[in-house]
Design a protein around this ligand. Structure first.
Ligand SMILES: [Zn+2]
Length: 397
C-alpha cells in the first residue's frame, strides 16, 4: 500500500451522533484476538439518512427516505484529505463538534451487493457473554452490522435477563467475497443468527419447531432487529414465522405493522420477514448499512484506481494463438464468465479484437443508497383499534 492514501474518516452531522457514538464504542471493544488487516485509509463523508435516526418506536408514518441527490441526506461523497494523516487510528479528531472526544475511525465499506461484493476495513464480531461465535474466521462484518447485532441481542437480554447465549453464525470473510457454501454473505451485511430454544442453550444451529422454539425471546430478537436497526430482510422458515406472529398478536402488537412486516398486502414482495427454505435452524438477517454502502459507492472508483480493490473488469487485446481457455487460465477466471461478459455464444477469438475479462464479481452501486424508513408499530395500536382503522402503512421502495 502506498503512502499517499487519504484517511477515511466520518463527518457526520450532529443529528446522527447517537449512532456514531455507538460505532465508536463498539470499535473500542476488544477484538484483538483476531487479526485485522491494516485499515485502508479513505476519506468519506456520509450523512445518515433520516430513517437511521429513529431510535425508539414512533408512529408508523415515518420520515421520508432520503432523496438521491439531496446533499443534506447523502453527504458529499468522496472528499480528498487536505493534509497527510498517519496510520494511527484516532490520531486526528475530525468531527465538527469540538467537545466530542471522538476521533476518526477507519470506516468499513460494504462494496457491491450481498451476492456479489467485498468487504473493506472489516470489524470482527466481538466476544460476549450473550452470544457464541460459531466460526471466527467467517464472522467479519461492517461496523454497522456488528453494531446492529450487538444492539439487537442486548435488547433481548434487557427484556429477558439471563437468556441463553445466541449462536452467531457466518457473517463474511475478512475481505468479503464468496463465502464457501453461501450465495450471499459477501459484503459484510448478512448474518446467520441462531434461535432461542425452549429447552436451554444451543451450542450450534439446531432445527426448531413451534414447540421447541423459545417464541417470546426469538420474537424479541426479531422485533429488536426491525425496530432498533436498519434491517433489510430476515429470512426464516414459514413454520417459525407463523409461530412468532401468533405470539406477537397475542401480546397485542400492532396488527397492521405485523401485516406490513410480512408484506401481506403485497404478496410478500419486499417484506422484511420472508420465508426461506432450509431456515428452520437460523435466521438469515440482512442489514442496510447507510454508512458502509454509501461510502463504498462514493469511493469505489478511487479505491480501484489506487489498486486497493480489484477492477470489476479489464480489457484484454486478443493475440494470435489465444483461445478462450488460455485467456481464462491466465486471469484465473472461468471461460463461462468471459463468454458471459462479452455476450459470446461460441468460443471463437479474433486476434486484434479486445475482450472484457471480469476480474471480480462485484456489482458497482451507481446511485446513492436509499434506506427506507424503519418499519415501526404505531404506539398504542391494539387489535381493536386497528380493525376500525384503515390507515395506510408507509410504502417501502
Ligand atoms: Zn445465511
Amino acid at each position: 500500500m502506498g503512502h499517499n492514501q487519504d484517511f477515511m474518516r466520518l463527518r457526520l452531522p450532529l443529528r446522527s451522533r447517537p449512532l456514531l457514538s455507538g460505532l465508536l464504542c463498539a470499535f473500542a471493544l476488544p477484538v484483538a484476538a483476531r487479526d485485522l488487516p491494516a485499515p485502508v485509509p479513505v476519506t468519506c463523508a456520509v450523512a445518515l439518512p433520516a430513517a437511521s435516526q429513529v431510535a425508539a418506536p414512533a408512529p408508523a408514518a415515518g420520515a421520508e427516505p432520503a432523496q438521491p441527490g439531496d446533499p443534506q441526506a447523502t453527504g458529499a461523497g468522496f472528499i480528498p484529505a487536505s493534509e497527510p494523516v498517519g496510520d494511527e487510528i484516532g490520531s486526528e479528531p475530525e468531527l465538527d463538534a469540538p467537545h466530542e472526544p471522538a476521533a476518526p475511525v477507519p470506516v468499513s465499506l460494504s462494496i457491491g451487493t450481498p451476492d456479489a461484493g467485498l468487504l473493506l476495513n472489516p470489524v470482527a464480531m466481538p466476544e460476549s457473554a450473550f452470544w457464541t461465535i460459531r466460526n471466527p474466521v467467517e464472522t467479519y462484518g461492517t461496523q454497522e452490522t456488528v453494531d446492529y447485532l450487538q444492539r439487537a441481542i442486548e435488547s433481548v437480554q434487557r427484556q429477558f435477563p439471563d437468556s441463553p447465549r445466541l449462536v452467531v453464525g457466518d457473517i463474511s470473510r475478512r475481505d468479503g467475497g464468496r463465502l464457501n457454501r453461501h450465495k450471499s454473505h459477501q459484503s459484510g451485511r448478512d448474518v446467520d443468527l441462531g434461535l432461542y430454544y425452549a429447552v436451554g442453550e444451543a451450542g450450534d444451529f439446531r432445527n426448531a419447531t413451534a414447540k421447541t422454539l423459545d417464541v417470546p425471546r426469538t420474537w424479541a430478537l426479531v422485533r429488536a432487529l426491525v425496530t432498533e436497526t436498519d434491517v433489510e430482510r430476515i429470512f426464516l422458515d414459514r413454520i417459525l414465522i407463523r409461530a412468532l406472529l401468533a405470539h406477537a398478536r397475542e401480546i397485542g402488537e400492532d396488527p397492521d405493522w405485523l401485516d406490513e412486516l410480512i408484506g401481506r398486502h403485497r404478496n410478500g414482495m419486499d417484506a422484511i420477514l420472508q420465508h426461506e427454505r432450509r431456515h428452520q435452524n437460523h435466521l438469515h438477517v440482512r442489514f442496510f448499512n447507510p454508512v458502509a454502502q454509501d461510502c463504498a459507492r462514493a469511493n469505489h472508483k478511487q479505491l480501484v484506481d489506487q489498486g486497493v480493490l480489484p477492477p470489476p473488469s479489464i480489457r484484454y487485446r486478443i493475440r494470435k494463438g489465444d483461445t478462450i481457455s488460455t485467456v481464462a487460465r491466465r486471469y484465473g477466471v472461468s471461460t463461462t464468465s468471459i463468454k458471459k461478459a462479452n455476450g459470446m455464444r461460441g468460443s471463437f477469438l479474433r486476434a486484434g479484437n479486445s475482450l472484457r475479462i471480469p476480474m471480480q464479481r462485484v456489482s458497482v452501486q451507481e446511485t446513492p443508497v436509499v434506506i427506507p424508513p424503519r418499519l415501526l408499530p404505531r404506539v398504542g395500536a391494539t387489535m381493536e383499534a386497528a380493525a376500525s382503522d384503515a390507515a395506510e402503512a408507509p410504502g417501502r421502495p
